[in-house]
Unconditional design. Structure first.
Length: 331
């Protein structure tokens, strides 16, 4: 994960979404719901606007037009350029003016993000050459064929290089956007947005984008009750055998269900939740690391530091200095 400490100034981070007809309204909504205005309950740290190559009505895939007033010059004032999908007939080239505008924004330091098929724009701009990239699994082969210099990973939810990030299709865009908020503003702020959206904690990028849903017995097979139970007991040691007993299945069956439904193992899921809880406590409290370790079930400061560094490539002390909540951002 690439951590980007938020600036000392409370100036909002400007996100500009680049649209193209026929625009996917859902893909755009994935970004606007995360980066848009959340009302007085959550202090605004982002502004969100849209632009398109040819200002005016932009047709959507859902049967209505959106009126977009801003042209490509809006990218010149963006801190993050977000390409919210890009639907074109197979083999159609991205307009040179669009690719050039995206390249210029990247050269001056803007972060460039694509959701779903928006990766084709980043590839056309040359920003993915020699780099791993994600896109919707159904278009991964096309992206790899058209841009052989791009290392297309058809399985993962998203890939974040810091200056450039790409996601798979549909709701994976929400996962990437929440990940970026967490990297920019800290885990606690991202969790507040997720809670207001009635979203579970976001999935990590390495999880599989085509993890299967249960095909039979949806109520009995759902991991929801177990995950809720585990989330309320992070301070307690829980083994896979105990999780299986709680779900009234064998450890092998439980591990298979985690792989099918979440694309990860029970132990990895639980560790990810403990790291997320650690980040929130580092940001929002002055508790000693030893106390935090006990609260999140990592037993000791030594173990917490080791696990934290493995996950984030930084120390708890450095993370706290970078992301400690200050009152100027509390609204």
């Amino acid at each position: 994960m690439t951590l980007r400490p938020r600036p000392k100034s409370p100036a909002p981070h400007r996100v500009v979404a680049l649209l193209h007809p026929p625009q996917s309204a859902f893909t755009l909504a994935c970004a606007s719901e995360v980066f848009g205005d959340h009302g007085p309950e959550i202090p605004a740290r982002y502004t969100f606007e849209v632009c398109t190559e040819h200002p005016g009505p932009v047709r959507t895939q859902d049967g209505y037009d959106m009126l977009v007033a801003n042209g490509l010059d809006a990218l010149e004032r963006a801190d993050t350029v977000l390409v919210a999908g890009w639907q074109q007939p197979p083999g159609t080239e991205v307009a040179p003016a669009v690719a050039a505008a995206v390249r210029r924004a990247h050269r001056r330091g803007a972060r460039i993000v694509s959701l779903c098929s928006g990766a084709f724009v980043l590839a056309a701009a040359g920003l993915l050459d020699g780099r791993r990239a994600a896109t919707h699994w159904a278009r991964a082969a096309e992206l790899a064929a058209r841009f052989p210099q791009v290392l297309v990973d058809p399985a993962v939810l998203y890939v974040d290089h810091g200056d450039v990030a790409t996601s798979a299709g549909s709701a994976a865009g929400v996962d990437l956007c929440l990940h970026l908020v967490s990297a920019d503003q800290g885990a606690a702020y991202a969790m507040r947005i997720a809670r207001q959206m009635v979203m579970p904690p976001h999935r990590e990028g390495c999880q599989l984008q085509y993890a299967e849903l249960p095909t039979s017995g949806p109520v009995a097979d759902s991991l929801g009750p177990l995950l809720e139970w585990l989330s309320g007991r992070l301070d307690q040691p829980v083994s896979v055998a105990e999780m299986a007993a709680r779900s009234q299945v064998s450890p092998r069956t439980l591990t298979r269900r985690f792989g099918e439904q979440l694309g990860t193992s029970p132990g990895r899921w639980l560790l990810d939740r403990r790291i997320a809880a650690t980040r929130a406590l580092l940001e929002e409290t002055d508790l000693p690391v030893e106390t935090i370790a006990r609260r999140v079930g990592l037993s000791s400061a030594v173990n917490l530091r080791r696990r934290f560094h493995e996950a984030l490539r930084t120390t708890p002390a450095a993370y706290r200095r970078a992301f400690r909540a200050d009152r100027s951002w509390q609204g």
